[in-house]
Design a protein around this ligand. Structure first.
Ligand code: X8Z
Ligand code: ZN
Length: 607
């Protein structure tokens, strides 16, 4: 939860409160008969912020307990608290429309717009339906969090264990079993999800949106259709690079597994890429790297050899932020966070960052393993925390990222600066590898960052079609795999049917977390990185902003704005640019792109 989405109170909507508000307002504007005054709009927004803040904090506390101790009771308590918050959100969201014809300040207008659209889970106003929806939502996340696959022989495996085995095994049969095993967990979600969609859409319609997806798309300071067009534009910028990478990886997998397992001209079976969802392929680096592609070090090995544990990894991440001039994390961060997987209870291991009191009660929740992937994820999560604290003096409704992609991209921007040079400064590495090692480093990065991009689109392309009804309940799984094939060029390793619910095997579907944000973040982080690196200081992939107070100040200026300004203003504050753009990513990977083109010459790429 980078933040609980905004809610809206019902109790305050009573006639008595409104009468009082009207009586208190002194306004010079002369409203049309029956039309609220600008002063009333201010009162309304202030009241909404106070109540939503209070309810959000209550819901956050309950959600924290649920996620770190999954049992029936915590699910119910979390659902109840979420229900009160969501009820308020929707009530305020609906009421905000009353002020549409009223002339108000830019700030109040922005807050009214946020009240109407920034609701991730729009619940129907009818109490029974709303309760049912929040109960389903809480249950779906708990099903995911406590999910296990029990093979016929041996002990049951949770997602952490399944993922570790997927990262390491190179036996296609074992990989297919692990892959399919995790997807047994989401089968029971299917009917629940159908109902979830029905109820949430009902809520979205009450708020004036066609469906939940339309509502989510309306949060980008631009016309939702224009936003969709932006996504197409951005994807087309990076698609050729993705297809080159896909082509190279497929050819290597054919060499490794043979053409019976991997079709040399087709899509890649999704179980062979080292990751449960084929969303990032870095674990495969040792197998994929051609002769002479040694990056010069292996960060996982370095961390393990130096005896790093979870806390030391987090301290190191914090050290990056403080080197940029950010204040250290509060003492409570260290005492209240969950860094490792408890052995005695079910928790939601999927990494997340929290600001429980919406001010300074910052925490992360992770099941940290000592490896390079989790080291990067720690920077990602701390990025959320430092962002949350930077905007904590904004009014409640502006305590969010400039858009959600900014929130997701902030920590990743710092992680791009975890370069060999930085590792030398940390004392983890003795000396910087020669520039001849750069292709290795870039391939390693591309397997994570470039491979991820189409997946960053797929999840919401699917969900938006589900919310709009274009993908009906009887084609949930087929619709998912159509998109996986189209964007990623991957196929399931074993037969699938509409008895399965493979989208539910990805956290953000049962947790109802919008996903396009990660696609945006995947590009924005390079845009930020390029802007913060001094031009002429060598290639982008060798640049580290560690210790750069000026870079820190620029980031902080953007972060402190929260969502008080349209996101292009925030982007401009750091980069001088007002459009999201993939050219920085392309520049970063340019040497690898050239190499891939040469390497793929003569091959039939695509699928
Ligand atoms: O969910 C996350 C973060 C928490 S906001 C760990 N990420 C996406 C994922 O795991 O699918 C980060 C990258 C994409
Ligand atoms: Zn995140």
């Amino acid at each position: 939860m980078d933040r609980m989405d905004r809610g809206n109170p019902t109790a305050r909507g009573s006639w008595a409160w409104r009468l009082l508000a009207v009586a208190l307002v002194v306004s010079t504007a002369v409203p049309a008969a029956g039309q609220p005054t600008p002063g009333e709009a201010v009162e309304f927004v202030d009241g909404a912020e106070a109540e939503l803040l209070d309810l959000a904090v209550r819901a956050e506390r309950a959600a924290w307990v649920q996620s770190t101790y999954i049992i029936e009771d915590t699910q119910i308590l979390a659902a109840q608290a979420a229900e009160r918050f969501v009820a308020a959100q929707v009530a305020y969201g609906i009421e905000a429309s009353r002020f549409d014809p009223v002339e108000v300040s830019e700030e109040v207008r922005r807050k009214l717009d946020i009240l109407k659209s920034a609701i991730t889970l729009p619940a129907p106003s009818e109490a029974a339906a709303r309760e049912e929806l929040t109960r389903i939502a809480s249950g779906l996340e708990a099903t995911y969090g406590s999910g296990r696959w029990c093979p016929e022989e041996g002990e049951c495996l949770d997602l952490g264990e399944l993922s570790r085995r997927m990262a390491e095994s190179r036996d296609p049969e074992e990989l297919a079993a692990l892959w399919a095993g995790w997807r047994t967990v989401s089968v029971p979600m299917r009917e629940e999800y159908r109902r979830f969609v029905e109820l949430a859409n009902r809520g979205a319609r009450e708020l004036g949106y066609a469906d939940v997806g339309a509502m989510w798309r309306s949060n980008y300071d631009m016309d939702p259709a224009a936003f969709e067009a932006e996504l197409v534009r951005l994807w087309e910028q990076v698609r050729p690079l993705y297809e080159s990478l896909h082509c190279f990886v497929r050819a290597r997998l054919v060499e490794l597994y043979g053409p019976e397992v991997v079709n040399p001209e087709g899509s890649i079976p999704a179980h062979l890429l080292g990751n449960m969802w084929a969303q990032s392929w870095g674990w495969l680096y040792p197998e994929l790297a051609p002769e002479g592609f040694d990056p010069g070090y292996d960060l996982t090995e370095l961390l393990q050899d130096r005896g790093f544990d979870a806390v030391r990894m987090v301290e190191t991440g914090e050290g990056f932020f403080t080197s940029l001039g950010f204040e250290p994390l509060p003492e409570t961060f260290w005492s209240r966070s969950m860094f490792t997987q408890p052995r005695d209870r079910d928790v939601v291991c999927h990494a997340s960052a929290w600001d429980v009191d919406e001010v300074d009660d910052l925490r992360i929740k992770m099941c940290i393993q000592v490896n390079d992937e989790d080291f990067a994820t720690i920077h990602h999560e701390l990025g959320h925390n430092f962002y949350q604290r930077a905007y904590n003096r904004q009014p409640y409704l502006f305590r969010a990222g400039a858009n959600d992609g900014f929130h997701e991209g902030l920590g990743d921007t710092l992680a791009l600066s975890v370069t060999p040079g930085y590792l030398v400064e940390l004392g983890l590495l003795d000396e910087e590898p020669a520039p001849s090692k750069d292709l290795g480093l870039l391939l390693r990065m591309a397997l994570d960052k470039v491979a991820f991009l189409p997946f960053g689109l797929v999840v919401d392309q699917w969900r938006w079609k589900v919310f709009s009804g274009e993908i009906g309940p009887d084609e949930y799984n087929q619709g998912w795999w159509d998109l996986r094939l189209r964007y990623q060029g991957v196929v399931p390793p074993v037969a699938r049917s509409e008895a399965d619910f493979d989208p539910g095997a990805k956290y953000h579907v049962p947790a109802n977390t919008p996903y396009t944000r990660y696609f945006l973040a995947g590009l924005l982080q390079f845009q930020f990185h390029r802007a913060l690196c001094d031009a002429g200081d060598g290639p982008l992939h060798r640049c580290s902003i560690y210790g750069d107070a000026e870079a820190g100040a620029r980031l902080r200026a953007m972060m402190e704005m929260g969502s008080s300004r349209p996101w292009p203003d925030a982007l401009e504050a750091v980069t001088g640019e007002r459009r999201m753009d993939a050219s920085a990513l392309l520049e970063y990977f340019a040497p690898l792109t050239a190499w891939l083109e040469e390497r793929n010459a003569g091959q039939t790429c695509g699928w």
